[in-house]
Ligand binder design. Structure first.
Ligand code: NAG
Ligand code: NAG
Ligand code: NAG
Ligand code: NAG
Length: 483
């Protein structure tokens, strides 16, 4: 139960948000009047209508004065896709990437002054999960190295406030080793959770992706992330998102507006220009929920919708959960922002859409119904081409005993233009009340011989899509037979 004062804060926040939205509508109409001749406005009027509902709660015009100046970046940034492939999974493919385990070890070895981790929960040992699995060893190694590091450099951890029932031994160990830990009470702040998973090392290197601080995320759950080395400009920007969580760890309300130090110059309209693997690239970080976005930050949902909008030929999506609903809302609420956008681009722009969704023991049957609905938008003669597959990670009887494992937990999207690597499940809650973030990379213009991040991510998708672990969803699919 919420206390009255929290309830009042929520009402107050909601009121302010609506008030901001009115200002925003007003300022947008002023802009619209001034540029009435712009073709862009006319041709994307429908899209504006769509994004207006979901755009940041702050009017763009009022923050432009306070925004830091956009500068280009000459850091020699290197990006590496990293994956966890569950024990026993084998692909007939040459597409492989370094493991997330190795990436975390590398990042810890690089750390000279600081490591900031944003996390959902911590279960890195067999003890935490009540298991006796040899494959927990990687997680246990990470915890050991982290506790050693905590005595040497500044280690800060922002974590969703644990429930009493959740194991807290890892966090206690790290605290006793010298780490600073703040719990973020998302339940009180937004009725969501802190679901973000990223690392910032020395304000110079980063990891972002689907992997939780959980031993299963290294050996029993399929995960995807990206590590960017030697990239202070990007790491500094991700650091601002971390600082917001860090601040909220000691606050009972969300600042509105956020102080200037949280603002960013880099977003979907003015991305950071930098060399990534020697290829000129434009990059930005999005964040959710919108109330956590300081001036200049693109909310995660807006980022997803605009990446879809920009696609010309294909959109490949791999997410664990896909639901056109507010999954955790009671009473039930329908939420179709992403679903509508996919159907719209498939219809209007004849973009080929592929969704690779996960299926496991905890999958809600209603998800399959909505996926069948989306998969029914398939009529090649009329250039309608949406296809959906379910990915199942097989498990031996012994692997089946590991709780909440053996699932594809990826959260990314790749189009003919963009690689999007995120941390959120795809249902309404994750964009309205839950904290998450994403790295959006554009290397469209690459003339380099090295494969772009976008083409590497596409190869990962195609490997998984073509594998025997994926099954097409048709109108006749039986949930029980598939998962
Ligand atoms: C980062 O830069 C340092 C110094 O220039 C270099 O030694 C190191 O190899 C770079 N790391 C990566 C992963 O490129
Ligand atoms: C993401 O979805 C899966 C499946 O419902 C769930 O197990 C996991 O906890 C979700 N994340 C959060 C933060 O709810
Ligand atoms: C990607 O970058 C190119 C070159 O900078 C730019 O022309 C294009 O609009 C960008 N695409 C997207 C979807 O942002
Ligand atoms: C790999 O190819 C072999 C031979 O075609 C096939 O039997 C096997 O099922 C394939 N595995 C996957 C994961 O696709």
């Amino acid at each position: 139960m919420k206390t009255d004062s929290t309830y009042n804060q929520l009402v107050d926040m909601e009121w302010r948000r609506q008030d901001n939205r009115r200002t925003q509508l007003f300022s947008r109409s002023v802009v619209a009047l001034a540029t009435v001749a712009t073709v862009l406005l006319a041709s994307t009027a429908a899209y504006n209508l769509l994004t207006r509902r979901v755009s940041s709660s702050r009017p763009a015009s009022s923050c432009s004065l306070r925004l830091p100046k956009a500068e280009s970046c000459s850091d020699p940034c290197t990006i590496v896709l990293v994956e966890s492939i569950p024990e026993g999974l084998e692909f007939n493919s040459s597409t492989t990437h370094p493991s997330i385990f190795q990436a975390w070890l590398n990042l810890m070895a690089e750390a000279r002054s600081s490591l900031d981790i944003s996390s959902f929960y911590w279960t890195l040992t067999n003890k935490d999960t009540g298991t006796q699995e040899p494959t927990a060893q990687q997680g246990e190694t990470i915890l050991k190295k982290l506790s050693e590091l905590s005595g040497k450099v500044s280690v800060r951890i922002a974590v969703n406030t644990p429930q009493q029932s959740q194991p807290q031994d890892d966090l206690l160990l790290l605290k006793n080793s010298g780490a600073d830990i703040r719990t973020v009470n998302m339940k009180e702040l937004t009725s969501g959770v802190l679901h973000t998973k990223f690392w910032v090392v020395d304000k110079k290197h980063i990891f972002i992706g689907s992997a939780n601080m959980d031993w299963r995320s290294l050996t029993q759950v399929k995960e995807l992330g990206a590590v960017v080395y030697n990239c202070s400009c990007l790491a500094t920007d991700l650091g601002k998102i971390f600082e917001a969580y860090w601040f909220l760890g000691e606050s009972t309300s969300i600042p509105s507006p956020w102080p200037d130090s949280f603002s960013t110059a880099y977003n979907k309209n003015t991305p950071l220009q930098l060399p990534l693997n020697n290829t000129p690239s434009s990059v930005y970080l999005s964040s959710s929920p919108p109330s956590f976005c300081a001036a200049g930050r693109t909310p995660d949902l807006q980022s997803i919708l605009s990446v879809m909008e920009d696609a010309d030929s294909f959109i490949y999506i791999a997410v664990m959960n896909y639901l056109p609903t507010m999954e955790f809302s009671r009473p039930k609420r329908y939420w179709d922002d992403i679903d509508t956008q996919l159907r719209r681009v498939a219809y209007e722009k004849q973009v080929k859409v592929r969704l690779l969704i996960s299926c496991w023991a905890s999958t809600q049957p209603v998800m399959i119904s909505f996926l069948k609905s989306l998969a029914s938008v398939y009529d090649p003669r009329n250039k309608l081409d949406i296809q959906v597959k379910l990915f199942v990670v097989p498990a031996t009887p012994k692997q089946k005993e590991i709780p909440y494992a053996r699932v594809n937990h990826n959260k990314y999207m790749v189009t003919d233009k963009i690689a999007y690597i995120g941390t959120s499940n795809w249902s309404g809650d994750y964009f309205v009340s839950t904290a998450g973030s994403a790295l959006v990379v554009n290397q469209t213009e690459s003339q380099s011989l090295e494969p772009t991040v976008q083409s590497q991510l596409r190869a990962v998708f195609e490997r998984d899509w073509e594998s025997d672990y994926s099954t097409r969803v048709t109108q006749h699919s039986h949930f029980k037979h598939l998962c």
